[in-house]
Design a protein. Structure first.
Length: 608
């Protein structure tokens, strides 16, 4: 009968009951070169082996290698074996698109560690080109294959860091020789070799999320004619459509064609002619090379076959990264973990969480009960000179979940405007109606996007409200920020909404038909020159500085929609008119949100 040693985390697998002897003693087992403690305890004795523990880790990239090296730092005597299906371990797969485009000139720069170095530094047995075939939980063994050699390995603790596999859509021609994924170093090598040996002048990227956008930029850097095809309404679907619109414009500004709201029906190629990607509602696109970036799925087949519990999106684990079998842990893209914002378990394919999960699994294996605190999903993506950051959930996700929420949009400079080089940001906050609890944030711009996203990620981790953002004390000097930091500014605006100081509407409300312009007296409070350069159709121009004197000209029975360029003057006009007895709403983010968000045609923008 096997017993668990209370509080050990993983201590010993050889733990048995025997009749109690007359005395306690310590003896050595010559077969295992280990010691057994025989202690008197009523009618039984406990024999506890101090044999070296066999810990097998399957997967040698982010989560797996973080777990392996942390284990060694905590336990010098454990037998640690890392099994990796591919030829490389501990490499920076997030840098692969940049190695394709030559921004990273040598792919060897992606190799964080080598098996030889890992063995020398950490005394870890790393087995590359070795594939996991099955798990026998009863015998506590795994079956693996290296080339044609199949063997069974015993484990005391097993850590699964199998990662995720690319989703392959059911498209005719998807297995053609010119169609590739871009997730591993062998993928990178195959694409580079194909380009070098074929007359490749055009490429189609199927999928407009992280990998797709990064691939498009770097294929363009190689001088190819590039098209991005995305089935949803906009690229970078994690974000709101209008927040991702600047990314689409940046792609097009750099010569990348973007086609959205379409699906791929088939991929064709001919030995002596140019291939093409055929679309559901568009002419075929020439494609000498195709990159599939259509998403990923957790590699749960083998764990599921072993009887481990699988959730809706990935392998189920507890807060210590244990699966339904306490001797088996799982980390990284394979698992679903707690989402702190959505209050449910989801799979999150990001390198940062994977590394932390691997480290915490090692801690728990070694008896340290440090729980994983969950995710907020912070990410950032560079597209040429533009970047977009995202944390928490988007408006579409909140709508789908039925959460009552509001959002605000601000356009601050990334540092003091009087200091040379100030660049505009767009910051969007999503928050719970009534409470102001922060639910998500998005940032776009050319500078400081990562910084603002990181601040907001910390705020989400801390469970802050938008009013809490008003009180954040952040470092300030003119070259780095403003006395009113961009995040503070977003908090001020959202705080005004929560407290009822302003009522807002959004350009997207008119684009979707939720609201109608004709139901409002539309009041543009910018200068006459600004108005002449472009305005919402039917708007009346009353400069903010003249509003108090001309308020009598306005129909008090009408619902008034005020707007300026970024929202601030509209807010001031809202406060003036509200206190004069008008029913007023302010256009969130002002006229800039109309233009930057791609709502020009929906709001019938005109110029004089």
């Amino acid at each position: 009968m096997r017993l668990r040693w209370p509080g050990s985390g993983y201590l010993h697998r050889h733990l048995y009951l025997r009749p109690t002897p007359q005395r306690s003693l310590v003896t050595e087992s010559p077969s295992q070169h280990s010691f057994f403690l025989i202690s008197r305890s009523h009618h039984t004795q406990i024999i506890m082996s101090t044999a070296r523990k066999n810990i097998i880790i399957v997967g040698g990239v982010a989560g797996g290698m973080s777990c392996a090296t942390r284990l060694r730092r905590l336990d010098e005597h454990a037998n640690i074996t890392v099994i990796e299906k591919g030829p490389f371990v501990s490499y920076a797969n997030c840098g692969i698109p940049y190695a394709l485009g030559g921004i990273i000139p040598n792919e060897s720069q992606l190799y964080v560690q080598t098996p030889e170095k890992i063995h020398k530094w950490f005394n870890i047995d790393v087995r590359t080109n070795t594939e996991l075939l099955s798990i026998d939980r009863t015998a506590e063994t795994v079956t693996v294959r290296n080339n044609e050699k199949v063997e069974s390995l015993e484990y005391d603790k097993l850590v699964l860091a199998l990662g995720a596999a690319p989703l392959v859509p059911p498209i005719d021609g998807v297995s053609a020789s010119h169609v590739f994924h871009l997730t591993t170093i062998p993928d990178l090598q195959h694409i580079k070799a194909y380009i070098a040996t074929h007359s490749v002048t055009s490429a189609v990227v199927i999928g407009g999320a992280f990998i797709g956008l990064e691939a498009a930029e770097n294929l363009k850097a190689l001088g190819l004619d590039v098209t991005v095809v995305e089935k949803s309404s906009h690229v970078f679907p994690l974000a709101d459509a209008d927040m991702a619109h600047p990314i689409k414009r940046e792609l097009e500004r750099n010569g990348v064609k973007v086609i959205t709201d379409t699906t791929v029906t088939r991929i064709t190629t001919h030995q002596s002619a140019t291939g093409a990607v055929h679309l559901s509602n568009h002419d075929p696109i020439r494609a000498d090379l195709v990159i599939l970036a259509t998403g990923i799925r957790g590699r749960t087949d083998i764990p599921a076959a072993a009887g481990l519990q699988v959730g809706k999106t990935g392998l189920s684990v507890n807060k210590f990264m244990q699966t339904s079998d306490p001797d088996i842990y799982a980390v990284g893209d394979l698992v679903e973990t707690y989402d702190r914002v959505q209050d449910r378990n989801v799979r999150l394919a990001l390198a940062g969480p994977a590394n932390r999960q691997g480290r915490l699994a090692a801690d728990h294996i070694c008896g340290r009960e440090i729980a994983y605190r969950g995710n907020v999903g912070a990410s950032v993506c560079k597209v040429f000179d533009q970047a977009i950051g995202q944390v928490g959930v988007s408006g579409a996700q909140l709508d789908l979940a039925g959460v009552r929420h509001e959002c605000v949009t601000v356009h601050p400079a990334h540092h003091a405007t009087y200091y040379p080089g100030a660049q505009k940001l767009i910051i969007r906050l999503h928050f719970e109606t009534g409470t102001g609890r922060l639910l998500g944030a998005q940032v776009t711009g050319t500078e400081s996007v990562d910084k603002q996203t990181d601040i907001l990620a910390v705020a989400l981790q801390a469970g802050m409200t938008v009013e809490d953002l008003e009180h954040l004390e952040l470092a300030y000097a003119p070259p780095f920020g403003g006395a009113k930091d961009p995040v503070n500014m977003a908090g001020f605006v959202a705080g005004n909404v929560v407290r009822g100081d302003v009522e807002i509407v959004h350009a997207a409300d008119f684009a979707t038909g939720k609201l109608r312009l004709e139901d409002y007296l539309v009041l543009d409070v910018r200068s006459a020159d600004e108005f002449a350069s472009g305005h919402v159709a039917g708007a009346v121009n009353v400069n903010l500085g003249e509003l108090r004197q001309r308020v009598g000209e306005l129909d008090k029975s009408a619902k008034v929609l005020v707007y300026c360029f970024v929202g601030y003057r509209g807010y001031l006009a809202h406060r003036i008119l509200t206190q004069e007895g008008f029913h007023v709403v302010n256009l969130d983010g002002g006229f800039r949100s109309v233009v930057e968000g791609g709502f020009d045609r929906h709001l019938m923008v005109e110029s004089d």
